[in-house]
Design a protein around this ligand. Structure first.
Ligand SMILES: Nc1ncnc2c1ncn2[C@@H]1O[C@H](COP(=O)(O)OP(=O)(O)OP(=O)(O)O)[C@@H](O)[C@H]1O
Ligand SMILES: [Mg+2]
Length: 262
């Protein structure tokens, strides 16, 4: 696939309280990519996703989704995107099938078309036997999968997932990554955030590391892994290469802007 799914230029976000959450962020996600946005807690990942999906207003810069400016044509840009947010945000008293079918309604998909489509997606995500009981009864990992199903119902070209595997057990995490990889093979572009760096190292094509609102590095996984200097990991804990690069970059004060007073 040609072109870019996402082009961010000089993005700035300062929240009302004064927190400078994004500082001159520029980023490109090629169409069809599997892109991992990594960074420690509070780095600005969810803020960036919020701006791209229209949930957070930017203070400066520009964002285009498949060439559509999110400021000029917000509705059109939004239909390109499926969002699986960081917080579980569905009505726990509703059934998974209804949650997914209702979402389809927001995109003008008739119920008659939405029901079989929703069933198929829920089945693919291993929720076949849960789709008719209230969401409240789902386990944490099942709730995450339901949110992925809901994000996919309008067949977006671009799926954005904010920590989709948080709190998900190893086996399920693997199957979720497999599922996401299969989506990219079908041409869907994926941008996700995760704190599971070994999985990101294995599966993502491109990676950006953000810290305190600033992009520290951004490139193909191969390019980023080349930053590894081969030295032994400190403290006796040997993570993957990406993890060591991540820790080095995000704890090296020369790479980080000064904390701003709020
Ligand atoms: N609605 C808000 N109002 C004010 N400040 C906010 C708001 N949302 C986030 N922030 C601040 O912006 C900064 C970036 O937060 P953000 O949620 O984007 O981080 P993150 O990288 O997603 O972190 P995590 O890995 O913990 O999810 C933090 O300092 C946070 O406190
Ligand atoms: Mg976040």
């Amino acid at each position: 696939m040609n072109g870019s799914a996402l082009v961010i230029k000089n993005l700035e976000k300062t929240y009302a309280g004064g927190t400078h959450a994004l500082r001159n962020v520029s980023l490109e996600v090629p169409a069809g990519d599997f892109f991992a946005l990594l960074g420690p807690n509070g780095a600005g990942k969810t803020t960036l996703i919020g701006v791209v999906t229209g949930l957070v207003s930017k203070t400066g810069g520009s964002v285009e989704v498949f060439g559509i400016d999110i400021e000029k044509e917000p509705e059109r840009a939004r239909t390109m995107i499926g969002l699986c947010g960081q917080e579980v945000n569905f009505d726990p008293w509703m059934k998974p099938l209804d949650i997914v079918v209702n979402q389809a309604g927001y995109y003008g998909i008739p119920r008659s078309a939405a029901i079989p489509r929703a069933k198929k997606i829920l089945e693919d995500l291993g929720l076949a036997d849960k789709m008719d009981q209230i969401g409240f009864r789902l386990s944490g990992g099942m709730k995450r999968r339901l949110m992925i199903a809901r994000a996919l119902i309008h067949e977006p070209k671009f799926l954005i997932l904010d920590e989709p595997t948080a709190g998900v057990d190893v086996e399920l995490r693997r199957s979720m990554w497999d599922y996401l990889t299969a989506l990219t093979k079908r041409g869907i572009t994926i941008l996700l955030t995760t704190h599971y760096l070994e999985e990101a190292e294995r599966l993502a094509k491109h990676v950006a590391i953000i810290n305190k609102g600033e992009i520290l590095v951004n490139g193909t996984m191969e390019e980023i892994l080349k930053l590894h200097d081969g030295s032994a990991s400190s403290g006796g804990y040997g993570g993957g290469k990406l993890e060591e690069i991540f820790v080095k970059l995000t704890t090296d004060s020369t790479n980080s802007p000064q904390d701003e007073k709020n």
